[in-house]
Design a protein around this ligand. Structure first.
Ligand code: ADP
Ligand code: MG
Length: 738
């Protein structure tokens, strides 16, 4: 068996399995070996019925007979009973409040039940036991016996790896196949891309050892050590490839934009407000970068509402004034339209040389219009592209339409990306593709607060400017956590604000009701524990979640009859979205019920209240960003977080939201409280689940950073590290410029 052998040459695969493996990105034997368990299930020791002792929790495997569904205690409770038999005897099992158990158990089937052995009037019984199939337990155990001859270890080793699955390949199938590869010894042929001295320094196991540990841990420590190694490996290589890309990028030539400070000052004077010190500092850093002949690669990170647009507009001014072009890419049409408006506002005093174009999937516009120099006009795509190509429109703002075929700038010197993490590598690379002999400067912007460890990893190729100051005069937002009993009172408060002319966002987690909508039988979810109960509870929860469409109807009918209510979500057509935003923006709509699409960049200063429904469905940093939507004016802003969750974690998280003013703090808090999963999953950052485990560990991230910096500094061409070179050339990482 070769490491690079295609997996379908080694195993006989059905079409569905091939597809599923493709989805999991498993093509070769090595890929499969590197498919890492997401967790470990515990194999529970089973007891014979005669060994079971009342008062203890035990797992009993046997045949199910005699299933009965009853009503007990004056028919108020449902009671399900069954008998389980093994070679030594039989025992009763009973379930309260779980009538659906009847459908999950089959008479005559072989099952394992785990629960407390309880002494009743008529003998011992298993109370509310969980069940799983004996098949799974015994086959896993046999497999492990085959792998290790050491019988004793196997008996005590109760960790069964659970793998990320895909329809067509189960965790069990993956486990079996990986065991086959390990038995063949193929893993011994893998060369370790992490230099030995680094492994030694940080006490990390070799790749060969780690593979055995991670798939067949003898104990938790093995699994932990191996996971640590894979986590380190991932972030080490992400950082290495970033730093190497940056080293290459730094050798490129770019256009020198040398703007006089007086010109910048004069431009800034035209704004209706004074820039904050933070804004001035950021502008200074950017204009200094632009003066160099190597391309800028800078990330501007600042909370929602901190005023990043002013900085982008000023940088654009510097470039356009020097006779070059700017492309500005935003993730949504709404945001692109809003930016277009900002630019036309701030550029209109400059005259015709500072024309601005807008390109989105649904329209093209240009400012100023020939007939009305104070306004913009719709023009054809062809016309706009012609003017962009000959340089007569120096600023082009758009969505990803900006990077489609046919869009070509004459002399682009600055590329700006708003909410940069919303774009993929390929999209960002395309924006910079126009480079002829020069590479344009790059300014990336983000309002997504992330913990420092994550920033150090995913932005290691960028210089960082942090905008940590809000424009002055803003009142602190008042955040209130509202429980169901206080809903009515809160609506009354909101009505007062609406009467004073303010506007409201209502954020719901879903667009529609789930398909299987129906009356949930909540009584049945009271007693948790078994998988059946959980599934039902999940369903009930999902049914309780508010949807945009339904909530808008409810608010209009029952609560805010006298106000105009509009809805906004991703399934609307771009034209409809714009209309709604327009109406909200000019006050025709008082209440906008929306999904989290408004999270990105929308600016309606008169909207000062945000209601968030189903808050436990959002990460804290995301809630903070949503809250930022209403921090756009000097009116008192309110955030009402509606929740009916009684869980302690939820309460604590929401409390943190109430007291914390800063998104970065919240991101750190979510990371420490709920783990990396809360950052919205690693996928959007290009990091796997195991890599995200490292993000929780500042020491590990710093070690990876130190080592990768040292290597790139000592040996930028990686001549001494052929394995590293091969690995980072082949791996796909999010690089922010290319
Ligand atoms: P973001 O960083 O989220 O992109 P914006 O650039 O949209 O923030 O700015 C948010 C609001 O603050 C806008 O209405 C903008 O006009 C206003 N603003 C920006 N800078 C200042 C400032 N220095 N003083 C007062 N208001 C400002
Ligand atoms: Mg913005």
């Amino acid at each position: 068996m070769q490491l690079d052998s295609p997996i379908d040459e080694i195993f006989r695969l059905k079409e569905t399995q091939k597809k599923a493996l493709g989805k999991l990105n498993i093509k070769t034997v090595e890929n499969l070996l590197r498919h890492i368990p997401s967790r470990y299930g515990e194999l529970i020791e089973t007891k014979l019925i005669t060994e079971a002792i009342p008062g203890e929790v035990a797992t009993i495997c046997g045949k199910i007979t005699n299933i009965k569904k009853n009503r007990a205690f004056k028919k108020r409770f449902s009671l399900t009973e069954a008998t389980i038999e093994d070679e030594t005897g039989k025992i009763k099992a009973t379930w309260f409040h779980q009538p659906y158990i009847v459908n999950m158990l089959k008479e005559g089937s072989f099952t394992c039940l785990s629960g407390k052995i309880t002494q009743g009037k008529n003998g011992a019984y298993l109370a509310n036991p969980d069940f799983s199939s004996q098949d799974k337990l015994s086959s896993d155990l046999n497999n492990r016996k085959n792998l290790f001859s050491d019988k004793e270890t196997v008996e005590k080793t109760l960790l069964i790896p659970i793998y990320p699955e895909s329809r067509g390949v189960s965790s069990k199938w993956l486990h079996h196949s990986i065991l086959k590869i390990l038995r063949s010894g193929a893993h011994k042929e893998i060369s370790d891309p992490i230099p030995t001295e680094i492994l030694k320094k940080y006490k990390l196991p070799s790749l060969e050892k780690s593979l055995v540990y991670i798939h067949t841990p003898k104990n938790e420590k093995d699994a932990r050590v191996a996971r640590k190694r894979f986590a380190f490996e991932e972030i080490f290589f992400i950082q290495l490839s970033h730093l190497r890309a940056r080293a290459i990028h730094d050798k490129d030539k770019s256009i020198i934009i040398d703007t006089k400070q007086e010109d910048i000052d004069e431009f800034l004077n035209k704004f209706p407000f004074k820039p904050t010190n933070g804004q001035l500092k950021a502008i200074k850093q950017i204009t200094e970068d632009l003066k160099k002949d190597k391309p800028m690669a800078r990330l501007l990170e600042g909370d929602v509402g901190s005023g990043k647009t002013l900085i982008a507009v000023t940088a654009s001014y510097a470039v356009v004034e020097s006779g070059f072009q700017v492309a500005y890419m935003a993730p949504t049409e709404i945001l692109a339209q809003q930016l277009f408006k900002n630019f036309t506002d701030y550029f209109k005093h400059l005259g015709v040389w500072a024309q601005v174009g807008l390109i989105t999937g649904s329209e093209c516009r240009k400012f100023p219009s020939k007939s009305n120099p104070k306004d913009s006009t719709h023009i054809s795509r062809t016309q706009l592209l012609k003017w962009v190509k000959d340089g007569s429109v120096p600023i082009l703002i758009g969505t990803h339409s900006l990077i489609q075929k046919g869009v070509k700038l004459k002399n682009p010197a600055l590329m700006i990306i708003d909410e940069q993490h919303r774009f993929g590598t390929a999209q960002r690379a395309k924006l910079a593709r126009d480079k002829a002999e020069v590479t344009p400067h790059l300014l990336s912007m983000t309002a997504t607060p992330i913990p420092r460890t994550l920033a150090l990893t995913i932005y290691s190729d960028l210089d960082l400017t942090i905008l940590d100051e809000m424009p002055p005069g803003r009142k602190q937002i008042i955040t209130e956590i509202v429980s169901p009993v206080n809903r009515t009172g809160t609506y009354a408060k909101i009505r007062d604000e609406l009467k004073n002319g303010r506007q409201v966002y209502v954020i719901c987690p879903r667009i529609d009701l789930p398909a299987e909508a129906g009356e949930p039988d909540l009584a049945n979810t009271a007693d948790g524990g078994s998988p059946g109960a959980n599934a039902l509870r999940d369903k009930a929860l999902s049914l309780n979640v508010k949807s945009v469409k339904e909530e808008a109807v409810r608010l209009k009918k029952d609560i805010f009859q006298e106000f105009e209510i509009g809805i906004l979500h991703s399934k609307l057509k771009p034209k409809e979205k714009e209309e709604i935003m327009q109406k909200f923006s000019n006050g025709e709509i008082d209440i906008l019920v929306a999904t989290s699409v408004v999270e990105v960049g929308v600016n309606v200063p008169n909207a000062t209240i945000i209601i968030i429904e189903g808050a436990d469905r959002f990460g804290l940093a995301q809630l903070h960003q949503l809250r930022g939507r209403v921090l756009r004016s000097n009116h008192q802003a309110y955030c009402f977080v509606f929740t009916d969750s009684k869980s302690k974690t939820t309460t604590e998280r929401l409390k943190a939201l109430k007291t914390s003013k800063n998104g970065f703090e919240l991101a750190e808090y979510d990371l420490s409280l709920r783990g990396p999963g809360e950052l919205g999953g690693g996928k959007q950052w290009g990091i796997s689940d195991i890599g995200m485990e490292a993000i929780k560990n500042i020491k590990m991230v710093e070690a990876a950073r130190e080592e990768s910096q040292r290597i790139i500094k000592e040996d930028p061409e990686l001549e001494k590290y052929p394995l590293i070179k091969e690995r980072i050339t082949n791996q796909k990482t999010e690089i922010h410029f290319e």
